[in-house]
Write a protein that binds this ligand. Structure first.
Ligand SMILES: [Cu+2]
Length: 236
């Protein structure tokens, strides 16, 4: 009976823990500041959890294998028959423990996604049009380019559509991607907090030259961005 109570306690803590996840993320503020950091945090959490669970399972398996190994070929096991309460407890306790973790991670994933879908009000908007097989970018002043230069620390939202087939605006350096479809406008946003060179790559197989459908992204200081944009605008 004690084990059954333990199992029920586990189930209750499952629910409490997932509620806790929501409370924690909500307190963190209004939307995400740097989305890729939130995704990385979530990914690390998942990685730690599956590693810990994996190691526990491995150690348990090795101990049981050694402890209960057969010492002669015709040996018959002498395990005690479990009572119903024991059987239920053996099933429920481990299930409750692992479910608590699953719910916790799922709740965190849901929260990050939910927050991520809210674009910051000060975001710069760049229109993206996908073609077989390149991306075209239109800046707020109407300048059209085939590569991205982004001002450092400026949240940027991409409003995207396709002129032909389904593509995908993949930003591995920012840990996000989103489908780009004809007849529909989808969006994705980033906050480039590091000055660096990275790239966008189509992440949906879209035909013969799909693998070449890429463009560079340069994150530069605001002043350098202003100069670049003015130069591009002048070149028309
Ligand atoms: Cu594509």
């Amino acid at each position: 009976m004690r084990k059954l109570i333990l199992a029920m306690t586990g189930l209750v803590s499952t629910v409490l823990l997932s509620g806790q996840a929501f409370a924690y993320e909500k307190a963190a503020g209004n939307g995400l500041a740097v989305p890729n950091q939130s995704w990385e945090h979530l990914w690390n959490e998942i990685l730690i959890d599956v590693t810990v669970i994996g190691v526990i399972m491995l150690i348990a398996a090795v101990i049981l294998l050694i402890k209960y190994r057969a010492t002669s070929p015709d040996q018959v096991g002498t395990a005690k028959k479990l009572t119903s309460v024991q059987s239920i407890a053996y099933a429920l306790i481990p299930a409750a423990i692992f479910m608590a973790d699953d719910f916790y991670l799922a709740a965190n994933g849901w929260t990050v996604w939910n927050e991520y879908r809210r674009v910051p009000e000060n975001a710069m908007e760049i229109k993206v049009t996908a073609y077989q097989w390149y991306f075209e970018f239109e800046y707020p002043d109407g300048t059209v380019t085939d590569k991205l230069v982004l001002p450092h620390n400026q949240p940027t939202v991409f409003r995207m559509t396709s002129e032909d087939v389904i593509h995908n605006f993949g930003l591995p350096g920012f840990r996000v991607k989103e489908d780009v479809m004809p007849g529909r406008i989808t969006y994705i946003w980033i906050n480039p907090v590091d000055i660096r060179e990275t790239f966008v790559h189509c992440a949906e197989f879209c035909g013969e030259n799909h693998s070449k459908m890429t463009a560079t992204i340069s994150v530069v200081p605001q002043a350098q961005f202003d100069l670049w944009l003015a130069k591009m605008a002048a070149e028309g």
